[in-house]
Design a protein around this ligand. Structure first.
Ligand SMILES: C[S@@+](CC[C@H](N)C(=O)[O-])C[C@H]1O[C@@H](n2cnc3c(N)ncnc32)[C@H](O)[C@@H]1O
Length: 264
């Protein structure tokens, strides 16, 4: 049993990829004790009222291209509630420290003299591929994994470095700029036949995987209307995706399904 959260403090809680079952025990304890819960768009909100029965819920959710509440203001909300003596839970999707701006929120709390704690969460970077049957590393296929944001374009030097590194690339926030990213990786020397999978809405009833080669993934995703939130997996392991929708897909996708599955 962990000590309870002190009054007048902030706890950044990683809520996992969306399914409440994937929240940790400590996350649930912090929610149960919370006076205020400040929630993100991709945080698990199903059943939140029951998990945090005494708490005021503050929604600061952002949608892609539209930041509902600017980060600076979110920081101020956390600090103001804590300085008023409340137990504040900042419920974030995935893990607070994986492309989640958790570090900035911790810094803002510390700068204001507010006690802050972090409860790690199950990151979408690894759990969403897993939900689609993709291990991000796999003996004989990938010995490393690099997680990156697709939000900002990468310069040719960084793209070449990623290609040289090998292993699996996991891209978050990559749907909007997918075509540019794929072109950049191809220009940097990545094999056009590299398997790629885009996993939308992981761990939800509407989860869907779109698989193709690097050379055709942007077209495949555009044709199927792939939208955020999605995790992109680039590399040999992407060919391991369980893809029940593959049979409805164009021939180029079927080719991916025939890529050899490793035996060990
Ligand atoms: C701002 S990042 C936050 C990542 C988060 N901190 C984590 O560790 O998972 C948001 C991105 O995570 C990915 N993501 C989060 N949850 C997802 C889910 N359930 N299914 C697919 N992608 C998800 C998407 O790429 C989305 O654009």
């Amino acid at each position: 049993m962990t000590a309870s959260q002190p009054r007048g403090s902030v706890c950044l809680v990683g809520g996992g990829p969306g399914d409440p079952d994937l929240m940790t025990v400590r996350a649930r304890q912090r929610l149960a004790d919370a006076d205020v819960v400040v929630v993100d768009r991709l945080a698990p909100t199903d059943g939140l009222a029951g998990l945090a029965p005494r708490a005021e819920l503050v929604d600061v959710g952002k949608t892609p291209g539209h930041h509902a509440v600017p980060q600076e203001q979110i920081n101020q909300i956390l600090v103001a509630h804590a300085l008023a003596g409340r137990r504040v839970v900042r419920l974030k999707g995935g893990d607070p420290y994986v492309l989640g701006r958790g570090g900035e929120e911790v810094e803002a709390c510390r700068a204001a003299g507010v006690t802050v704690e972090v409860v790690p969460g199950v990151t979408s970077a690894f759990s969403v591929p897993a939900a689609a049957g993709i291990p991000v590393t796999h003996r004989g296929l990938a010995r490393s994994v690099t997680v990156l944001t697709g939000h900002d374009p990468l310069d040719p030097d960084r793209l070449e470095a990623l290609v040289r590194l090998g292993g699996t690339l996991v891209v978050l926030m990559g749907v909007t700029r997918l075509a540019g990213l794929a072109d950049g990786l191809l220009a940097a020397g990545m094999d056009p036949a590299t398997p790629v999978a885009a996993v939308e809405r992981g761990w939800s009833p509407t989860q869907r995987t779109t698989s193709a080669h690097l050379a055709s993934i942007a077209r495949a995703c555009a044709d199927r209307g792939v939208t955020s939130p999605a995790v992109l997996v680039v590399g040999a392991v992407a060919a391991l995706a369980d893809d029940p929708t593959l049979c409805d897909a164009p021939a180029v996708l079927l080719e991916v399904a025939t890529l050899a599955r490793p035996s060990g």
